[in-house]
Design a protein around this ligand. Sequence first.
Ligand code: IMP
Length: 193
Amino acid sequence: MKKLVFATNNDHKLRELRQILPSEFDLLNLNDIGCTDEIPETGTTLEVNAAQKSFYIWNKYGINCFADDTGLEIESLGNEPGVYSARYAGEERSAAANMMKVLEKMEGESNRNARFRCVISLVIDGEEKQFEGIVNGKILTKKHGEAGFGYDPIFMPDGYNLSFAEMPADDKNQISHRGRAVMKLVDYLKNIH
Ligand code: IMP
């Protein structure tokens, strides 16, 4: 089996990927390799942050790995919160506070266009390859639904009449930014080995 580290401790993301990766890959998370470090994420773009995380693991452990970084990009806010999505309303990383900040900033705004963008950085034998996934949609004027996480209750993907937080997880994964980036990653991994 080929060891591949996903630089995350998010069990939900890990489980999802284990189901779709080719069976020759033994997918490990940060705990599995004994990494408890606070991996720096100091870049000003998703691309830089994702690469920072994957190269951190490659440089320290010498194991092939990948890392993801996601941002919500809102057109009328100049693509904010973007790379700062997790801590938009402060270091406590509260989803409720982040959503409230977005809704307040967009009060009365008619341009509700937004997108989630996910960048995956894969490092194989020290060589990097990136994969991008995007889902376009609109910012709602209030929260809808309870499922999911982050900004899901205020984001409605184009072509649907439901917020991400009102959709079954499988449906969201099919069309989400992360789902789309992961599909590209999996296609690539299937074809190189
Ligand atoms: P991460 O890079 O996956 O940790 O995502 C950074 C931040 O973007 C998260 O803390 C969430 O606030 C937001 N985010 C990422 N993916 C999603 C999603 O699928 N739905 C809602 N918010 C998300």
